[in-house]
Design a protein around this ligand. Sequence first.
Ligand SMILES: Nc1ncnc2c1ncn2[C@@H]1O[C@H](COP(=O)(O)OP(=O)(O)O)[C@@H](O)[C@H]1O
Ligand SMILES: [Mg+2]
Length: 655
Amino acid sequence: MNIKPAQDSLAALIQMGQFIGWTCQLDYEKAVVLTSDLWKARARGVPHNCFLLAAAPGFSQPDAAEKTPGEIILLRVTGSAPLPLDDEALQAKIRNLKARQFPPVETAPAAAAGGEFQFGGLGCRILGTFYLQDGKLRLGSDIESYFHAPHLEVYRPTGAALEAIVNYISPERAAAAREEARRLGLPGDLPRFPIGTVRYTSTDRLHRGAECDQAVFHLNAVDFLARRTAVFGMTRTGKSNTVKQLVSVVMRTSRGSGLKIGQIIYDLNGEYANANQQDQGSIAEVFPADTLRYRMLPTAGFQLILNNFFTQIAEGHTTLKGLIEANKIHRTADLEAFLSMDFSEPRREEYNSEAEFQRQFANHQRKIAAYQTVLTRAGYELPPGFKITFEANAGIRNKVNPSVDPANGLTATQAFEWFQLARQIQDELITTSGADWIDPDTNVLMNLLLQRNDQGAYIPGFRLLQPYKDYHAPSRTTDVCDEIYNHLVGGKIVILDLSVGDPVQRERLGKRIAQHILRHSMATFNSGQHAPHIVIYVEEAHNIIGRNEPLTDIWPTIAKEGAKARLATVYATQEVSSIHPNILSNTENILVSHLNNENEINELAKYYDFRDFSRSLIRAQNVGFARVKTLSNPFVIPVQIDRFDPEKERQRAVW
Ligand SMILES: Nc1ncnc2c1ncn2[C@@H]1O[C@H](COP(=O)(O)OP(=O)(O)O)[C@@H](O)[C@H]1O
Ligand SMILES: [Mg+2]
């Protein structure tokens, strides 16, 4: 094959062996290309939706003075185009076919094989113009002017030339990427993430055949980081695979470049954390040292998303409240009072005097102690070395149990006994220390602890809390949100396996973590520092950033404003139409695989040039066959996303 040596980045786009015809019509929007079977065959076919390049004719002539074309027009084949002589050619073809016999007894009439019949027209849309400016390759998204008389030579780019087209990045964006790299203290450029290879059609025998150079498609970090990316497609058409591929390629590339990128996956089906039979491997297995898995219920190999109920009082109480509400448990007056309790600490400025504040504070402490004692009674494990601690004045101490001072901390048993004794002599305590030795909330908690209401009748009390003790993480010493955020800052992969546990709690904790990430990254940004790069992946996103969600909700807020705080979001769903339109229209990168109905296609066709792919998206059901629009590229690129192959990834992961 006669491939012209690369004189410059523009000339290098043209591969002589890939000539397929001439333009015979051209305007601002469309082109008709005259092609012949012979040229098509030499270029290994012209698939529907493939890219073509049109350059001025002198370019290919060996003695042309000007070896570099001034510009090259980028086209996309959108269909066939009728030529003026098509009708006559068709008549002649039909005449010939009528004269044939089957099975063939002699060679076909010579005319059938030759000349006229081999020519046809291709309808193309103009995608843009490549040209050089200050020695740099530029891509305009239209054509500036055109001539009527000359015809342009048309080529179908493959391999390196095609790679240059689909990975084009403008000098401005390239400079922005370098600038960001410099800000982050990276030696070179921001990395690019290879995620697949160009694929035009479902049938890919020729254009992706064994002897064809594949063109690797990259997602630029500058397009991806701090941006929004949508992954659409029917079930089992490769959305999760795309996410896995992204997670692993971001991990791999970021390690290579020294850029720390934290990644957190909201894994609603538990498919990222576990090796499931279908896919033979998971992210957690490929990057064992850099992946942290979280779950709501205790499981080997997983951290608990949960908090320690003894140290995070308000959070634990909110969890219990949610669980009890979700389970529609019959509520006694005491339970009702427990649910509406407020465990926030009294603040000095809320009180008129220091003495009043101190009194409230001691009450608050006793209330917490009574609550903690209720928890231990219900079987919630005390954290190692943890003591239940509160103040009681000497008068009360001497009456209840002179041998222990609760200010020094009590064991679970001691605390239970203390409250039990106090209840037995409650009337006496009220007479000596006044009615407010115990506040109403503590009284309710003592009722729950001792299973008697104010009238002395039996109530289930602490037993109602027993079923939820798995939501308490006794060994946790920090807030789970802080812990997760720190992992992300350290460039780790965090998988939130939300496939188990109470749905209401899952949603609440999921939101709490998202809020925490946004708040902390925003605070870093607002203090004038660089927020860490974090990517948040959300599966089944229609549940989370659906069109009915108020835009003030945490997820739409992240999608809308996360960019400032260097938060990237990747959301996957099968329903384009279910995503909040404000979010969709602010999404910089869109990857779509097969969709099965006109409604979803029409929704998508409102964006960029996805309309060109409407038919093919409905028709081609191939797994991982995506049409991709990125921020850098002014048009959609059809790509076969690489399969996430744990075995291959593991081998690569050896550094
Ligand atoms: N690009 C791809 N190449 C080859 N196989 C793929 C590709 N994407 C997905 N698969 C396979 O297809 C199946 C469904 O993919 P999945 O990503 O789970 O789809 P979705 O998340 O859209 O339901 C999986 O078994 C997966 O391994
Ligand atoms: Mg999936």
